[in-house]
Design a protein around this ligand. Structure first.
Ligand code: SF4
Length: 357
């Protein structure tokens, strides 16, 4: 089936729809169906149109087409891999760090990524935050003056209508001590046409800083349409940062990561986080060893300016938060000096000389 097939003009949510759109061979129907019983499927026209079905290893297809390995659970994997539940004082709100909270506004997404770290909690059947629950979350934020930043996530909160987004923006902006609203979304790449000027205006919070964290994992996702969506957001004064996951056979090589980070910068998005894969159920086949991730970061640092460099982070299980995991480029040499590796990996001695006065 060609890319302009009508089946690729609507969101594909079933194994049959994926196969009828020509994205996979009919022989995979039973495999897709088995996974679909457990996890949601969703693929938008914008991303379906990027898939080269003739490539069995297509990096876009791999992120969205179900795979039987999703049903294999590693003993270390858990339904709540980063420990949201342990830090959730009211429904839908996570308070892990003193100065910021996360509010999970919705439990649905425009697309369902096969490696999602919240895959056990999201999908068309999962309940989003009710008005009463959102009011309770707001009351919690209002009562704690330490809360400087509120992170809106889900699911994908930009799937809400501009009217609903504006209501959340207005309610949070009215809290004096909240200075920053950060929205995490995959919509600019998954459905760029839905990120309209109206969406951008709804996100704008008078007197506060609005940040949108754009999720993409492969440079092909940053199409002209996706870049235009990002520009519509920045035109309203919104700060854009990136988030990506290091994924086996999607972006685990330096050329792809280099192109991805440059594409972000070209779209006006500052590379922010490259996540090490979380211990979510059925995602072992996605994870890259930490040593390999560090080697990739070292190679990336030799090619990119600081402007285009993300921070490689591990979200530590047990609700311990995000931890930068390197690579480390400085170490004490035991003789009062440091050995510092330059971007090529060559070590130099640095004397941290301080004044006596
Ligand atoms: S868009 Fe985000 S929350 Fe939704 S499936 Fe993908 S990773 Fe998970």
């Amino acid at each position: 089936m060609r890319d302009d097939s009508p089946s690729r003009t609507r969101i594909l949510t079933t194994p049959d729809a994926l196969i009828e759109a020509g994205l996979a061979a009919p022989e995979r129907r039973a495999e897709f169906a088995a996974v679909a019983e457990r996890y949601a499927i969703g693929l938008t026209p914008a991303l379906a149109g990027l898939i080269r079905a003739s490539d069995p290893d297509d990096p876009i297809a791999r992120q969205f087409l179900p795979d039987a390995r999703e049903l294999i659970r590693d003993p270390a994997e858990t339904d709540d891999p980063i420990g949201d539940d342990a830090k959730s004082p009211v429904k839908g709100l996570v308070h892990r760090y003193p100065d910021r909270v996360l509010i999970k506004l919705v439990a649905v997404c425009a697309v369902y990524c096969r490696f999602c770290f919240r895959r056990e909690r999201i999908g068309p059947g999962a309940a989003s935050l009710s008005d009463g629950e959102f009011a309770a979350a707001l009351a919690y934020v209002r009562a704690d003056p330490r809360i400087w930043e509120v992170i809106l996530t889900g699911g994908d909160p930009l799937t809400l209508s501009p009217r609903r987004i504006a209501l959340a923006t207005e309610a949070l902006s009215a809290i004096d001590h909240v200075k920053t609203l950060r929205w995490h979304t995959r919509l600019p790449v998954a459905a760029p046409e839905r990120v309209t000027a109206r969406t951008a205006r709804a996100l704008r919070a008078g007197g506060k800083t609005t940040v949108v964290a754009v999720h993409a994992n492969h440079p092909r996702e940053l199409t002209q349409a996706a870049r235009a969506a990002c520009r519509r957001l920045s035109a309203e004064g919104i700060m854009l940062v990136s988030q990506s996951v290091l994924l086996r056979r999607v972006n685990d090589d330096v050329e792809t990561l280099d192109a991805l980070m440059r594409a972000f910068v070209e779209a006006g998005v500052k590379p922010y986080y490259l996540h090490h894969g979380d211990l979510a159920p059925g995602t072992a086949h996605w994870r890259v060893p930490i040593a390999e991730g560090q080697a990739l970061m070292r190679a990336l640092r030799a090619r990119l300016s600081g402007l285009a460099m993300p921070t490689y982070v591990l979200d530590m299980p047990g609700a311990h938060g995000k931890i930068p995991i390197g690579p480390q480029s400085i170490r004490p040499d035991g003789a009062g000096r440091y050995r510092v590796a330059d971007p090529r990996g060559v070590e130099h001695v640095y004397l941290d000389r301080l004044s006596d006065t």
